[in-house]
Design a protein around this ligand. Structure first.
Ligand SMILES: Nc1ncnc2c1ncn2[C@@H]1O[C@H](COP(=O)(O)OP(=O)(O)OP(=O)(O)O)[C@@H](O)[C@H]1O
Length: 433
């Protein structure tokens, strides 16, 4: 198959814009999906994290749009606000020479400003379903009637968007979009589900389907090293600090995933006290702070990002070299997306999972899903080093809990409980040593 975007049928201006970004050779998913989408087909595309799915749907849409660049042309829906902002940035950068107009329509931002922006008839709207549904319900007639002219609908992270969480908002959006046989529908994901696949054969709506993962049964990128560290719950922070401050990792850009907002907040404050350049991203932060955190991390003003699963999907930050699953996710697909924040576009990366004795079933489920065994993390410091940092980390954590209590973070009751249990656990661990 031909090896340039021009030969796949992309517009000349777009090929130049891609080349200016050093994107010259299409990836597998791009080679296979772009020509089919340009033929006017609906498309379901499955490929590993970091394999260029965004350009696989953006390039054909932009090519078609540029033939008559007026009015609303396409909507891209994604599950998270930060991902919507990232996709909007990519569309803006690619289409800047064509004066492209993009609207970002996500929760947490000023509704009135957004509403005015949507009335300017953007060429593309990049949205989260909840906020788009809100504008549709509240929106003026002109905006809603313009939606009827859309040519393309994209569901990025389609497996996630097709879960119950989004179903009522999606339904509200779809009611105002052109019918399935008029618009083109493009679905992309790194973790194909039966629900996504099942759309392939819906009678009125035949899809071209391409799945690169079928060529190779392992569900994570080949440049990703996956490791585990078995440890008791109460020493996780000490190990984390010790790894982040170690010679090997002290300069590396790292995302640490936790399962609960409160843990993200405790860890951020604790690591900050220990002088690690850290920021955090979770759903209880105001949107301004969320956006600011991403900017600081991208600009490397912060080296470590502590995040909940709001950062698990789609975020493309090429400098990330290490992902740590501080808490193991219960869903193996979430493991795939989290780990995929590193080792993108052929770069190397490492995903380390902290595993407590309670996590054994989860590990087996993950290994079965990705078809690969995790290797034991071999850069652990000896217990004498850990014991030394344990005291320092314990103090930093205790101070963080007191600060959170004072600042009124979350539920006071939960913090009090954590303070009590943490004192008990640590008391035990000091006595044991
Ligand atoms: N043909 C290409 N050549 C080189 N780099 C590319 C190419 N296509 C995309 N990229 C770059 O690869 C990175 C990952 O692309 P993208 O974010 O689209 O991945 P993805 O498949 O959507 O991943 P995820 O499943 O995590 O959302 C981006 O930085 C993008 O600019």
């Amino acid at each position: 198959m031909d090896n340039t975007f021009a030969k796949l049928g992309c517009a000349k201006w777009l090929v130049e814009a891609l080349n200016a970004m050093k994107i010259t050779t299409p990836t597998e998913i791009q080679k296979n999906c772009i020509p089919e989408i340009l033929k006017g087909k609906n498309c379901i595309g499955g490929a590993k994290t970091g394999s260029g799915k965004t350009i696989a749907f953006a390039a054909p849409m932009l090519t078609e749009w540029s033939k008559d660049p007026c009015g609303m042309f396409g909507i891209v829906l994604t599950p998270t606000r930060e991902l919507a902002m990232q996709i909007a940035e990519q569309f803006s950068a690619l289409g800047s020479s064509m004066n492209i107009r993009i609207s970002i329509c996500v929760g947490g931002e000023d509704i009135i400003k957004q509403s005015l922006d949507l009335q300017r008839r953007p060429h593309f709207i990049i949205a989260t379903p909840g906020r788009l549904a809100h504008h549709i319900l509240q929106g003026n007639e002109e905006f809603v009637s313009n939606l009827k002219r859309l040519k393309y609908l994209v569901l990025d992270e389609a497996d996630m968007l097709l879960t119950n969480t989004f179903s009522s908002d999606l339904k509200r959006c779809f009611e105002k979009l052109p019918p399935k046989d008029v618009r083109r529908t493009l679905l992309f994901t790194a973790t194909m589900t039966d629900q996504v696949k099942s759309l392939q054969d819906s009678a009125e709506n035949k899809f071209f389907m391409y799945q690169t993962d079928k060529l190779d049964d392992v569900a994570v990128p080949s440049t990703l090293k996956i490791t585990y560290l078995l440890l008791p719950e109460h020493v996780k922070e000490a190990y984390l600090y010790s790894i982040l401050a170690s010679e090997e990792y002290k300069d590396k850009s790292c995302i640490i995933f936790v399962n609960r907002t409160i843990n993200a907040e405790i860890l951020r404050r604790t690591l900050q006290k220990l002088e690690i350049r850290v920021t955090s991203l979770h759903s209880q932060m105001p949107q301004k702070e969320r956006t600011n955190a991403i900017h600081r991390f991208k600009a490397q003003a912060a080296r470590v990002l502590i995040a909940t699963d709001v950062a698990a999907r789609g975020l493309d930050i090429p400098t990330v070299q290490l992902v740590i699953n501080y808490d193991l996710p219960s869903d193996p697909d979430t493991y795939i997306h989290r780990s995929g924040r590193t080792a993108r576009a052929g770069k190397r990366g490492e995903a380390l999972s902290f595993i407590t004795p309670n996590d054994v079933d989860r590990v087996h489920a993950i290994e079965e899903r990705i078809n690969l065994k995790m290797e034991e993390f071999d850069k652990v410091h000896d217990t004498a080093v850990i014991r030394k940092v344990l005291q320092k980390v314990t103090v930093a954590r205790a101070e963080s809990l007191i600060d959170m209590d004072k600042d009124g973070f979350g539920e006071k009751r939960k913090i009090q409980e954590l303070k009590r249990s943490s004192n008990k656990e640590r008391g035990k661990s000091f006595r044991r040593k």
